[in-house]
Design a protein around this ligand. Sequence first.
Ligand code: 4NP
Length: 157
Amino acid sequence: MIQRILFVCLGNICRSPTAEGVMAHTIAKHQLQARFQVDSAGTAQWHKGEPPDKRTLAVAKTRGYDLSPLRARPVLPQDFDQFDYILAMDKQNLKDLQALKPSHFTGHLGLFLAFHPKGSPQEMPDPYYSDEQGFIDVLNLTEAACEGLLQHLLQKA
Ligand code: 4NP
């Protein structure tokens, strides 16, 4: 059975598209595309239809991730019927998702960085008002957490 994973941040233009792109790449690297699908969304709809932030695109590109085809979208109630893992970037995102979660949802709703293998901040820092280093920090945390998440998913299977 295919496992579906949704990454969620606020705007869906910085953190969650980074996680979507890196996780898709991690899955492809392990040739597991038949088993896992990924997507991302935002709790706000301010940037609906937009590509990721230019700084997100630029930093991702330095490590070979092409995030340019991605487009922002808001989280929808139906997402809880379609995804097995819904992973929030920070505690406010998680709170907003918990408020949307229907009682019949049986999947996993939690913080993405809980899957970071080595200890990290619990929350993915919001880089939107930071400098380039903030975006590099997001990418570093994301790469490690995606490996941890994949190992978790494979152990469970
Ligand atoms: P994201 O970052 O939630 O990681 O996509 C942000 C994007 C946009 C805004 C804030 C954070 N904003 O205020 O528009």
